[in-house]
Ligand binder design. Structure first.
Ligand code: AMP
Length: 182
C-alpha cells in the first residue's frame, strides 16, 4: 500500500544530486522515481530513426524538442504504476513543458549547486555515460541557466517552489527536502 499520494519535481543541474535524492525519497515515501533522461536513454538504444536521432541529440547535450518530449513523457506517466504519484527528475525543463504539463504538482524542489561544484562532482565519477562528454555537460549546464531557470520562476509564482542547498552532505540535503514535504 502506498503511504500517500505525492507529485514531486526535482530540478537542478546535472551533478546536483537529483537521482541520489530521488531514489532516497522514492524509498522513504514508497512513490516511484522517474527520470526523463532515463526514458530517453532507453529509447535511444532502439535501432530506429527516432532512436538514432534521440541518441545524437542527447550526446550533443542539446534538449529534445518540447513537442517530442511532451508526447513521450506525458504518455509514460499515464502508466498505472504512476497513478499514486511520482518523483520526477529532468522534466519539465522548459516553461513550455511546465505549462503543457500543468499536472497536480504539490512540490518542486530546486537542488541548488554551483556549476563548479557540479562539474567537480561529475569529473569524479567512474561510471561515465556516453552522453557525458565535457562539451555535452557544459552545454546542458548552460541550457539550464537559459531555459530551465525560468521554470523555477514559473513554479515560484505558483507557490510550490522550495530551494534546497545542494552543496551539503547527502543526508543534510535529504533532511532539507523531507522537512519541506512534511
Ligand atoms: P538528463 O539525464 O536529465 O541529464 O537528460 C539527458 C538528456 O536527455 C538531456 O541532455 C536531453 O537531451 C534529454 N532530456 C531529458 N529530459 C528532457 C526534457 N525534459 N526536455 C528535453 N530534453 C530532455
Amino acid at each position: 500500500m502506498k503511504d500517500r499520494t505525492m507529485h514531486i519535481v526535482l530540478i537542478g543541474i546535472q551533478g546536483a544530486g537529483k537521482s541520489t535524492q530521488g531514489t532516497m525519497l522514492s524509498e522513504k515515501y514508497n512513490i516511484p522515481y522517474l527520470s526523463s533522461g532515463h526514458i530517453f536513454r532507453e529509447m535511444a538504444k532502439e535501432k530506429t530513426k527516432l532512436g538514432r536521432w534521440l541518441k545524437e541529440t542527447m550526446n550533443s547535450g542539446a534538449l529534445i524538442p518540447d513537442t517530442t518530449t511532451l508526447e513521450i513523457v506525458l504518455t509514460y506517466i499515464e502508466k498505472p504504476e504512476y497513478a499514486n504519484g511520482y518523483i520526477l527528475d529532468g522534466f519539465p525543463r522548459t516553461v513550455a513543458q511546465a505549462k503543457a504539463f500543468n499536472g497536480s504538482i504539490e512540490h518542486v524542489i530546486y537542488l541548488n549547486v554551483s556549476d563548479k561544484e557540479a562539474l567537480w562532482r561529475i569529473s569524479g565519477r567512474t561510471d561515465v555515460r556516453e552522453d557525458e562528454t565535457l562539451a555535452a555537460l557544459r552545454k546542458r549546464i548552460s541550457l539550464f541557466h537559459s531555459v530551465t531557470t525560468p521554470v523555477l520562476d514559473y513554479y515560484k509564482d505558483r507557490g510550490v517552489l522550495h530551494e534546497v542547498d545542494g552543496e551539503v552532505s547527502v543526508e543534510e540535503v535529504f533532511a532539507q527536502i523531507t522537512a519541506v514535504l512534511k
